[in-house]
Design a protein around this ligand. Sequence first.
Ligand code: UFG
Length: 344
Amino acid sequence: MKGKILVTGGTGFIGSHTTVELQNAGYEVVIIDNLSNSNIDVLDGIERITGIRPAFVEGDCTDIATLRRLFDEHPGIKGIINFAASKAVNESVQKPILYYRNNLNILLNLLDLMPEYGVKGFVFSSSCTVYGEPDVNPITEDAPIKKATSPYGATKQISEDIIADVIKSGSPIKAVLLRYFNPIGAHPSAEIGELPNGVPQNLVPYLTQAAIGVRKELSIFGDDYNTPDGSCIRDFIYVVDLAKAHVRALDRMLQDESDNALEVFNIGTGDGLSVLQLLDAFERSTGVKVPHKIVGRREGDIEKIWADPKKANDVLGWHAEADIDDVMRSAWKWQQRLRERGIM
Ligand code: UFG
């Protein structure tokens, strides 16, 4: 065993895939999740894939007493990966207090307790949203941080600053900030995947739900952007590749491969794909047609952004490997599995 890792939000989309990769790599995982946006059955999926059921605490990381109990009951935790957060951009505009309270209190509680319980490494789920609309693509980690366009984005920026300040103050911890681009797809086994509450806000779950008939049609938000086909461009990163980046970041921190107490990495493929190109990739790779229509722009959308992942490639030795057609097929297989299970 490589060591015990606390995964907050571990039954969520990225958290569950990361738990699988951590266990595959020999880490022992303890999950805490309040199940506000995920389901306890995810643990069965993780167990079916890896043969190991992670320890699970149902609880809320905004409650420091719950966290203390967890650390007392699971001594020897070496690292934390913090996925627990509210993450719907639109909702954050409607409920800013909820977003600031949740996302910042969770972070503060964890950072506060780490030295006391001897936890050395912290991986934070950040987002390319911290860059706003880039001046140049692909974007590197030293690009300027622009004013956030939503409270959700602001919590990511503030969280990055809090972590930097805590490390500057001499706290005996190390941290890695991973700026994710757009995570998509599902585990190839279709045992785990993305299961948004209610109407999906993100592109791929909406697309697969339209393909299977849960939604009437996919709306493409705008075809008049300054891009080759007029739709927005993103860097769609396979969730399994993204999960593996966390394992590399932890390995590096816990094995003291670097003297830097704080590091930041873009986690993307390095390729921009437009919304229409992604739709085309789905239809091509699955043979399934997706009913869709072009509608007006969605407020707050960035026109185009994709990563320069060279730093993660060179320093972490991590590369996005998945082929987009395989990724699209994984998303479709997952949607079909939800149908088989009568969930969707
Ligand atoms: N889109 C559509 N139709 C839809 C949904 C999305 O055309 O039904 C378009 C959007 O306009 C955008 C692209 O697909 O151009 C991607 O949109 P997403 O909502 O999937 O993702 P965003 O790029 O908006 O990113 C947001 C946050 C990120 C966060 C990410 C995943 O800004 O911080 O969602 O939660 F990581």
